[in-house]
Design a protein around this ligand. Structure first.
Ligand code: NAP
Length: 418
């Protein structure tokens, strides 16, 4: 495939394969988006750490052929568009990539570049591991109990963007339709011109493929449970259906490798049979309490889009916050890794912020490639730097014994310790 404007290293090779079975060459071409705001700080730090880890782990036998692809402000400046088609084509063609944060263009006709990337490439599982690294400041008493992995559905729910602004003819038309043709009585006539309307689609196919990914992960990593987090007591045909379809896919496709929480008690005396992943569900509001009060009871979680957004930030706050929170957007064939945080514009270009979130997103990317030795080196380097108290401002302000360093110096400290 020819890319007109990309500079692709001549000795790099594309990753091939599909359906979760990647064929990764020794020098894979990895497209990356530098990102807006603090992207200029954290993305080079992440690249330096990953390059060093790969070099150390494989003695020069493997390396990454990085290719910058444009999005956000840099794309607007160079190409007059926020998200060039070539950027999406590069991610699709090269299979695995990573991105810095992107600001949401104001009045650009695009709701969110991040949502657009996830939806266009069908990166339906937003995967966010949340766990404690000793030395991280925490507002809770036992932060070490946290070790969860969220699988957040990323293409539907209220994020599908099906909504109409109050007072527009479209909103009025939808309200009229709901009242006149669907018999909806909850909308008052007097409010019809001052009410915005949104639609929340949640479908069987998209729920099942997400829950499948969560169960596959739990089985592959020896995790003990998958919890379906929903608000099905209120939104029965969307969130409630998410729960039902989740249990259905577990029973139909993983019947001999999973067991429901109810059966653990009813048939197995409260003890899950060895090797089986326990399927359970919790109502979303309760889950926000559970994650604080019974943190260690939870392991892998599968959630609709909005619940996943709320719960992952709340959980991340217990173990270091946005400077640490990392993730990946994973589809059947393509994956793009990214930190949870945004562009933090007030710190842009100051070499100040914490690059750990993007570095750990890079670790997930290395593991996705099957380069576990390099991933382990990065994890060890990050853990050692934090344990030594060498941290950026966000963690330093919460730790009396810390030595505050800049973004690039933290990356260097990780490299020294890997
Ligand atoms: P934000 O950029 O995540 O920043 C909020 C605050 O979080 C910062 O002021 C800072 O807190 C802290 N923070 C974020 N990243 C950090 C890091 N690497 N190290 C240390 N602290 C960090 O959220 P926002 O201000 O709401 O959003 C700004 C823009 O980013 C918006 O345009 C939004 O749309 C976009 N955004 C993009 C993504 C993405 O690309 N995936 C995600 C979220 C938001 P203190 O001020 O307390 O130091």
């Amino acid at each position: 495939m020819a890319f007109e404007t990309l500079t692709i290293p001549a000795d790099g090779q594309p990753i091939t394969g599909a359906g979760g079975r990647l064929a990764v060459p020794d020098r894979p071409i990895i497209p990356f988006i530098l990102g807006d705001g603090i992207g200029v700080d954290v993305t080079p730090a992440m690249r330096a750490v990953l390059d060093a880890a790969v070099a150390k782990a494989y003695g020069g036998g493997r390396s990454i052929a990085w290719v910058e692809v444009l999005a956000g402000d840099r794309a607007q400046a160079a190409r007059g568009e926020w998200l060039p088609a070539e950027t999406l084509e590069a991610f699709a063609h090269f299979r695995v990539g990573i991105k810095g944060p992107l600001s949401t263009p104001v009045g650009g006709g695009i709701r969110s570049l991040n949502v657009a990337i996830r939806q266009t490439l069908d990166l339906y599982a937003n995967v966010r591991p949340v766990y404690y690294i000793p030395g991280l400041p925490s507002p809770v008493k036992t932060p070490e109990a946290m070790d969860i992995v969220l699988f957040r559905e990323a293409t539907e729910d209220v994020y599908a963007g099906i909504e109409w602004k109050a007072g527009t003819p479209e909103a009025r038309k939808v309200i009229d339709f709901l009242k006149r043709e669907m018999g909806v009585t909850a909308l008052d006539d007097q409010d019809a011109d001052v009410t915005g309307v949104g639609i929340k689609p949640i479908g069987e196919r998209k729920t099942k493929r997400l829950v499948r990914k969560a169960i596959d992960y739990a089985l592959a990593r020896g995790r003990k449970s998958v919890t379906l987090v929903h608000k099905g007591n209120i939104m029965k045909f969307t969130e409630g259906a998410f729960r039902d379809w989740g249990y259905q896919v577990a029973a139909a496709e993983y019947g001999d490798r999973t067991v429901t929480e109810a059966d653990v008690w009813d048939k197995h005396g409260g003890q899950a049979p060895a090797g089986r992943v326990v399927m359970m569900d919790r109502i979303a509001d309760n889950m926000l309490q559970q994650i604080l009060l019974r943190t260690g009871d939870y392991d892998v979680l599968a959630l609709p889009n909005l619940n996943g957004d709320y719960l992952s930030d709340a959980a991340a706050a217990q173990v270091g916050g946005l400077g640490i929170a990392h993730g990946g957007n994973i589809g059947d064939d393509v994956a793009v890794f990214e930190a949870v945080h945004g562009t933090a514009p007030k710190y842009a270009g100051q070499d100040k912020v914490n690059p750990t979130a993007l570095i750990l997103s890079g670790v997930m990317m290395l593991e996705h490639l099957g380069w576990d030795e390099a991933a382990a080196r990065v994890r060890a380097g990050v853990a050692a730097a934090i344990a030594d108290g060498v941290v950026t401002y966000d963690l330093a302000r919460q730790r009396a014994d810390a030595r505050e360093v800049r973004c690039s110096a933290f990356a260097a400290a990780v490299i020294e310790r890997m």
